[in-house]
Design a protein around this ligand. Structure first.
Ligand code: MG
Length: 282
């Protein structure tokens, strides 16, 4: 793989990504995949999907887990419903993540990723220890499949995320850095956060957003790449500075408007291609 191959977040039957065909039409050489529904995660389907990737010359770089019952409606709802944090659904979701890890293995993919949910800020809270425990179990299962686990950023500040990763004490736990999420959730200035967590960043989302007027209380607004407050050129030059050379995976979460989604991703591909040329070869 060349340095900074462009990627796009895709979905088969679950999640907010684009279809594989869109990645192909846009000439994007890598994808992350939102894990398909349980009924679709069969060995036969894995084989078919692999054949399709081969035909299209696309490389799968990560499989993202997501769960029924998650809602990103507003920040309090995220706290209540997302990831492995909510106690009521934790055991069944851990089980599902293990199955997703096994499915990713069938796809020959050595990275699984997820939104863990809102890790409590108080590291002495019993819930904090519970989230550490469940993350260890997930990392240990992934290890059996020779996989790393990437935590999507957003819900935590850089400091809290670093502390959490250290406390989990597993060497296959890393970060999928999404600069827009830091803005959407109001958890910190993304470029500064990226420098801080740099050594753990093993995949990224290229996504842009504008700050809320009440950061951390209400959502910021996701916008097309280059039109928000991230500063994409600064984002990429900071990735260069921390030594990151992995995929630049575009994420644009407006599946309800597929034509607009595709057009904006095409625009993002152009922007990233130009910046890559400038920063890596300029
Ligand atoms: Mg993301």
């Amino acid at each position: 793989m060349s340095d900074w191959p462009i990627g796009v977040f895709t979905s088969i039957d679950a999640g907010l990504g684009v279809k594989l065909e869109v990645a192909h039409e846009l000439g994007v050489p890598t994808i992350q995949l939102h894990a398909p529904k349980r009924s679709t995660r069969t060995p036969d389907n894995a084989e078919r999907f692999l054949e399709r990737l081969e035909e299209l010359g696309i490389e799968l770089t990560a499989v993202f887990g997501g769960f029924d019952g998650e809602s990103y409606a507003d920040i309090p709802t995220v706290v209540r419903t997302v990831g492995l944090v909510p106690p009521e659904t934790r055991a069944e979701r851990l089980q599902e993540m293990r199955e997703i890890s096994d499915f990713a293995r069938l796809l020959g993919c050595n990275v699984i990723a997820l939104h863990l949910g809102f890790v409590p800020h108080d590291t002495t809270a019993p819930l904090y220890q519970e989230v550490i425990d469940v993350t260890r179990k997930l990392c240990d299962h992934a290890e059996l499949n020779d996989q790393a686990v990437h935590l999507e950023t957003g819900q935590e500040t850089a400091d809290a995320l670093l502390q959490f990763i250290k406390d989990v004490e597993r060497d296959n736990l890393f970060i999928n850095f999404d600069p827009a999420n830091m803005i959407l959730y109001g958890t910190g200035e993304p470029i500064e956060a990226l420098r801080q967590v740099g050594p753990y960043v093993r995949s990224v989302h290229c996504k842009d957003a504008k700050w809320s007027d009440r950061p951390g209380e209400t959502w910021g607004q996701e916008v097309p790449l280059g039109e928000g407050d991230v500063n994409i050129e600064a984002f990429l030059s900071t990735l260069k500075e921390i030594g990151y050379r992995g995929p630049l995976t575009i994420e644009r979460e407006i599946p309800q408007e597929p034509e607009r989604q595709k057009a904006e991703i095409a625009h993002a591909v152009n922007l990233l291609t130009q910046l890559r040329e400038k920063l890596l070869n300029g």
